[in-house]
Design a protein around this ligand. Structure first.
Ligand code: UDP
Length: 357
């Protein structure tokens, strides 16, 4: 693996390094991807709005510590077209990986307009600036939340129909990208629909930093450190083998690797040879809430007390990917055992009890 990375980097240094802009590159998925891109020899720059109280600069410092490489960055809000253009107009950017966006389902319900403004308008501005500077390759962070609820493994051809503004904003962007490719076929677009990312960087230096998490594994971690008394299981009467909800949890490091594979596929295309592809990134295997509690307990030796609560509004019994298209066309697979993701998540939690702050 290390040898392969080194060879890839050598190959790349023979020609000009591919320069990749990662918007939202200091977020949970972005930061893990930036590390892998740097390790594979890409030249990476980050664009992020580094909002008030943001820990972005600390994330960059840690990325540099891990990779021994420099990352340049632009502190820009994509909602501001002029500022984005000003920042990027003299830059050589070969491709963009677009992570930046608000991502809380519950917040998107109470603040729908802000979600549409930030996610959709921010992306339109980014695309306009990309066109202006002659960069037409983009990998876009989408989500399994775009699908219409169906309780079997989801393929990319399954019907879409998001049940919240977050998923809707992502679907709108997918449509914008697809229409852009139709009107300007030289654009290379790759949409990645993520299932449930979990875990952290094995070093314990990077992970998910959220003060009030409501996703399953971060909530279990809060119980493990004593910040919450018990885990509330949202529904134990689902039509699943143990009655609790099933999701497709994929390790963050493999999810990051999926972006490297997607980027590689786009970079293989000659200028003008456009495409518009959509891939599910998931493991294809479902894990229930009770199975997750057990894996975490086994991985960490901690006891997780839980109580059975009512179903959470909008929840589904089962959301699992059919990732065969990404396996086949991107040569990418996720197979890290859930126990490993629990171990890295716990290491991150113990070394950073207050996140990056
Ligand atoms: N879940 C739970 N208690 C929690 C958080 C989540 O029982 O405190 C369940 C939730 O109902 C779902 C699964 O864990 O069945 C994954 O939830 P998460 O919010 O992590 O992901 P999503 O539902 O958005 O896919």
């Amino acid at each position: 693996m290390i040898q392969a990375d080194w060879m890839e980097e050598e190959k790349m240094s023979l020609k000009a390094k591919t320069r990749v802009l990662c918007t939202g590159g200091v977020g949970y998925i972005g930061s893990h991807t930036v590390v892998q891109l740097l390790q594979k020899g890409y030249d990476v720059c980050v664009l992020d709005f580094f909002g008030e109280g943001s820990f972005g600069l600390e994330v960059l410092r840690r990325i540099e510590l891990l990779t021994k490489k420099k990352v340049s960055y632009f502190a820009v809000d994509l909602k501001d077209y002029q500022a984005t253009l000003l920042a990027l107009q003299h830059e050589r950017i070969d491709a963009v990986i677009h992570f930046a966006g608000f991502k809380s389902v519950s917040e998107s319900i109470s603040q729908s307009l802000e979600y549409y403004q930030n996610n959709v308008i921010g992306t339109i501005n980014l695309l306009l600036v990309m066109r202006e500077i002659g960069c037409k390759r983009i990998v876009f962070s989408s989500t399994a939340a775009v699908y219409k609820p169906i309780e079997r493994c989801l393929t990319e051809a399954d019907p879409v129909g998001p049940s919240n503004p977050y998923g809707q904003s992502k679907l709108m962007i997918e449509k914008i990208l697809s229409d852009l490719h139709t009107s300007e076929p030289s654009w290379c677009v790759c949409v990645l629909r993520y299932f449930n990312p979990v875990g952290a960087h094995p070093s314990g230096l990077l992970g998910e930093s959220s003060k009030f998490p409501n996703n399953l594994l971060p909530t279990i971690q809060q119980v493990a450190i004593g910040a919450r008394e018990k885990l509330v299981i949202h529904g134990s009467d689902w039509d699943t083998p143990d009655g609790t909800g099933i999701r497709d949890y994929l390790d963050i490091n493999e999810l990051a690797d999926g972006h490297v594979h997607a980027l590689h596929a786009l970079m293989q295309r000659t200028d003008g040879e456009g495409c518009c592809k959509i891939y599910n990134l998931g493991t294809g295997k479902g894990i229930s809430v009770k199975q997750m509690i057990k894996s975490f307990e086994e991985a960490t030796g901690r006891n997780i007390p839980f109580t059975q609560g009512p179903r959470r509004p909008g929840d589904l019994a089962k959301v699992v990917a059919d990732p065969s298209l990404a396996n086949l066309e991107l040569n990418w697979t996720a197979s890290t055992p859930i126990r490993t993701s629990c171990e890295t998540a716990w290491k991150w939690q113990c070394s950073n009890p207050n996140g990056y702050l």
